[in-house]
Design a protein around this ligand. Structure first.
Ligand code: PA5
Length: 483
C-alpha cells in the first residue's frame, strides 16, 4: 500500500468525497455540519469500526454464523476478505473462473446471464460501466473476441423472455455447428430456489439442447450455494459449477464468482477488479477515523442527513454507463437498511437526463433528499462540440469545449442552485472508469452500508422482508395448480 498508485486518500488514484455541499455555511443549519460536529464523528465511528472488526474475526473463526441466534441476521462479513482471498489463498478459484469464462467465450457468440437481485445486478453494472455502450452491436473482433452478453431470469416477464428466445432462435438456433452460431448460459442463484431464474433457465436450456449437440455442458455454467436444488441438479448433470460462498450475501456478492464469471466472459480483467477492492479493504481496515476513510465518512454524512429528514437518497450518476451501478446500489441500500420501518429510500438518476424530469422536485419539492453526484474525473474518451445549430449566438460559450467540461459546469451549477436553497449535496468522484476503480467503488459502498447499519442500529445482512411475497406467491401457486 506504500505505492502512490494505490493511495486512496489523495493523488490521482483516489476515490474522493467532496462534502462542501453539506457544510453549514453552504446549506444552513438543518442539514449543514458545523466544524464542532465534525469533530464528534470520529470517536463514534472508531468504536463501530472496532466492533465490525471483532464481528468479522468471530464469524471467520466460526464462533458464530448468526447474530443473536437469529437466521434473519446472518454474519455475512465474507465480502470484506473475499477479494484478497481470491488473489491469494483462493487464487486457484479465480483461475478456474477465468478458464471457464474463456471456454464459454470460445464456444459461443452470445452469452446469457440468468439471475435476479444480487445474483445479477453486479454483472449488469460491470457490463454497462466497463464495456463500450454498444458492445453487443460490434463485430466479434471489436468485442475482443468475446460473445454478446444478455441478461434474463431477473423478472417474470413473458414479453422479454419471449423476445430473447426469439432472438436466439433467429440468430443461433439453426447454425449450432460452429461457435458463431451458438449461445451459452450462466445460471446464478445462491439459494438455487428462485422461481424467476429457474423458469428462464428451463426455457433457454431447452434451446441449448435443441441445438442438437451432445455436449451442451461446455456452454453452461452454474453458480450456486453448496446446498439447494440447483447445486443438486448440476451435480447430477455433471455441469461445471462455481460456488457462492455461504458467508457472502447476495447483494454483497459482486466480487465472487457471481460477478466475476460474467466479467471474465465479457473480457474484463478480474484481477484488476479484485485488486481495487482488496486495496480499498486493506485501507479501510487500517483507517478507523472517518476523516481518513471515505467509506466511513460517506456513511456518517448520509446517516446524519437521514436523521435530519433526508429520507430519500438520490444518487445522481453523470454518465449513463453508471446507471446499472446505481441500481445495484439501490438494492444494496434498500435490502440492507430498509428494516424496522427505517432506512433511506434510494433513487438513482442519470444527469443531466433526469434534470429534465426530476430536478423540479429536487429543487422545490419536499426537503427530504440528499443528492450525491457520482462523477468520473477522467472519462478517457470524449467528444468536442464543433458547432451549434439551434442558436449559433451561443457558439463562443460552447464550441470547442468537450462534453465533460460542459458536464463539470452543470454539476457545479446544479449543486449551487440546490445549496442556495439549503438543499444538501455531495460529490463522490472516481478517477477513471476501469476495473481497478470499479473494484474500489463497490467495496467502498458495501463497507459504507455496513457502517450505516451500525450507526442506525439496523442489521445490514439478511432480507427477511423479501420472503413475504415469495411465501404468498408459493401459496397461490399451490392453491391454484397449473391447468
Ligand atoms: O441480496 C440478496 O440476497 C437477494 O437480492 C438475492 O440475491 C436474490 O433474491 C436472488 O437470490 P438467489 O441468488 O438465491 O436466486
Amino acid at each position: 500500500m506504500a505505492d502512490d498508485e494505490r493511495d486512496l486518500i489523495s493523488g490521482t488514484n483516489a476515490l474522493e468525497l467532496d462534502w462542501a455541499g453539506l457544510q453549514v455555511e453552504r446549506v444552513g443549519p438543518r442539514f449543514g455540519i458545523t466544524p464542532d460536529e465534525r469533530a464528534t464523528l470520529a470517536p463514534c465511528i472508531c468504536a463501530l469500526h472496532e466492533q465490525i472488526q471483532q464481528e468479522r474475526v468471530d464469524a471467520a473463526a466460526g464462533r458464530s454464523r448468526l447474530l443473536r441466534d437469529s437466521p434473519d441476521e446472518p454474519l455475512d462479513y465474507g465480502f470484506m476478505d473475499m477479494p484478497a482471498r481470491l488473489l491469494g489463498v483462493e487464487s486457484a478459484l479465480s483461475q478456474r473462473i477465468q478458464d471457464l469464462a474463456d471456454q464459454l467465450a470460445e464456444e459461443a457468440d452470445a452469452h446469457v446471464v440468468l439471475g435476479i437481485g444480487g445474483s445479477y445486478q453486479g454483472a449488469q453494472a460491470l457490463f454497462d460501466a466497463l464495456l463500450p455502450t454498444y458492445f453487443n452491436e460490434l463485430p466479434r473482433q471489436e468485442r475482443g473476441n468475446r460473445p454478446r452478453i444478455y441478461f434474463e431470469g431477473n423478472n417474470v416477464d413473458g414479453l422479454a423472455l419471449h423476445d430473447l428466445r426469439q432472438l436466439l432462435d433467429v440468430r443461433y438456433h439453426r447454425y449450432g455447428a460452429t461457435p458463431a452460431g451458438r449461445f451459452s448460459l450462466n445460471v446464478i442463484s445462491k439459494s438455487g430456489r428462485t422461481l424467476e431464474t429457474e423458469v428462464a433457465f428451463s426455457v433457454l436450456r431447452e434451446r441449448l439442447r435443441a441445438q442438437g449437440l451432445q455436449d451442451y455442458s461446455r456452454r453452461l455454467v452454474v453458480t450456486t450455494g453448496a446446498e439447494g436444488p440447483l447445486a443438486q441438479a448440476a451435480r447430477e448433470d455433471a455441469v461445471p459449477t462455481l460456488p457462492v460462498p455461504d458467508n457472502v450475501g447476495g447483494r454483497y456478492s459482486v466480487l465472487t464468482a457471481v460477478g466475476l464469471l460474467p466479467a471474465a466472459v465479457m473480457g474484463l480483467n478480474i484481477r484488476q477488479l479484485l485488486q481495487g477492492a482488496a486495496d480499498f479493504q486493506a485501507y479501510c481496515d487500517a483507517h478507523p477515523d472517518p476523516t481518513d476513510n471515505p467509506a466511513w465518512l460517506y456513511a456518517a454524512l448520509h446517516v446524519r442527513a437521514y436523521e435530519r429528514g433526508a429520507t430519500t437518497r438520490v444518487l445522481a450518476v453523470w454518465t449513463r454507463r453508471l446507471e446499472a451501478l446505481g441500481r445495484w446500489y439501490d438494492q444494496l441500500l434498500a435490502e440492507s437498511l430498509g428494516k424496522g420501518e427505517r432506512g433511506a429510500t434510494p433513487l438513482t438518476i442519470v444527469a443531466t437526463r433526469e434534470l429534465h424530469s426530476r430536478q423540479q422536485q429536487h429543487q422545490q419539492g419536499a426537503r427530504d433528499k440528499v443528492i450525491t453526484n457520482l462523477l468520473v474525473r477522467d472519462p478517457g474518451r470524449d467528444v468536442t462540440v464543433e458547432g451549434l445549430s439551434f442558436d449559433p449566438r451561443r457558439a463562443p460559450e460552447v464550441v470547442g469545449r468537450r462534453l465533460s467540461e460542459l458536464a463539470t459546469l452543470a454539476v457545479e451549477a446544479t449543486n449551487a442552485a440546490l445549496n442556495e436553497d439549503h438543499r444538501p449535496t455531495m460529490n463522490l468522484c472516481l478517477p477513471r472508469l476501469d476495473e481497478y476503480h470499479f473494484g474500489q467503488l463497490v467495496q467502498m459502498l458495501m463497507n459504507a452500508t455496513v457502517m450505516e447499519g451500525k450507526l442506525l442500529g439496523i442489521w445490514p445482512f439478511g432480507q427477511p422482508g423479501v420472503e413475504a411475497y415469495k411465501r404468498r406467491w408459493d401459496e397461490l401457486l399451490r392453491s391454484r395448480p397449473a391447468a
